[in-house]
Design a binder for this molecule. Sequence first.
Ligand code: NDP
Length: 244
Amino acid sequence: MGKLHHKIIVVTGAGDGIGKAASLTYAKEGADVVLVGRTRSKLERVNDEIRRTTQTDPTIVPFDLKNLDDTTANEFRARFEDQFERIDGLLHNASVLGPKVPIETYPTDAWLDVMQVNVTAPFLLTKALLPLLKKPTYASIVFTSSGVGLKGRAYWGAYAVSKFATEGMTEVLADELADTTGIRVNSLNPGGTRTSMRASAFPAEDPMSLPTPEDHMPLYVYLMSDESIGVGGEKFNPSSWQPG
Ligand code: NDP
């Protein structure tokens, strides 16, 4: 039996990169995964692979998080309530990089888009899904951070600021939920990883020098599994995490 047997886990940005690897891995560990992402064809491919290789029952939710507001977030809750009645895990993984330019010339529309996808959408989704995350005895929320969310660097603009906000949201929510619910909240910085986002951020880098998303999966599973019950308000990074 897998470590996530019968858990219902929502993954955003499930069509590619780390979110795709997490979705496939969670399903292999027995979870029914809800795949949220903006490109339907990518979600369908992940869905097909999960159905081919596991006995679990994935659901795809093609949606551009740029368009998430209270109304659409509450529609998700209503849909999930009908379908599952509870949620055991929520991995906020989807993010956009935005332009790498100085703040002085950063385009305001791009700034707002990055903040919407990276900060406001996880806030809205969390708020809407909290009633379902409170249904099981224990649940896990994981926010995805970055090194530039701990130490700002020139030209990382809205992306870096959004990841500082992600760390802040993790701390506030973890503290709010720690004593009154069984929901644990942590942040995870995967570090440099072989994905298309990394290739856009560092075009001159040799991708083969980087770990793959699959390399990080033991930590992604740990944070969703019962092994991490009682662990909250912490910052995780695969390079400094030791299993067991
Ligand atoms: P990718 O760009 O490879 O994948 C991101 C996924 O999120 C894609 O499937 C993408 O959809 C989806 N997504 C992006 N915008 C939206 C949106 N508006 N609505 C719905 N889905 C969206 O990124 P990574 O896998 O590299 O990154 C995953 C997470 O890890 C991010 O939060 C990133 O900030 C973080 N991270 C990554 C690092 C790295 O080196 N890779 C380092 C540090 C942090 P589509 O496929 O349709 O574009």
